[in-house]
Design a protein around this ligand. Sequence first.
Ligand SMILES: [Zn+2]
Length: 90
Amino acid sequence: MQERVKAMGLILQFVCDNPKCREVKKTENHWWKLRRSQDGFIIVMPFNPEDQVKDDEGIFCGEPCTIKAVSEWMGGRHLTLTSSQHGGEK
Ligand SMILES: [Zn+2]
């Protein structure tokens, strides 16, 4: 699920794995990496741009995208995270 690196010259670019986001990583962003292990664990760790990103991993531009990805990975269901957040807007 990773199309992280587009090598244009020497510039490496990381793109958020949330398909609705596609934010490009900037140096100051606080990104997270998720790994789904074969026995079902979902591991969340700070993303270091020097890390390798493997096929069973995704990188996300911040907490909202990270949480959304965790939700979707849990049993493959799409939890209604966005709509429940909208409920609190008023
Ligand atoms: Zn994102």
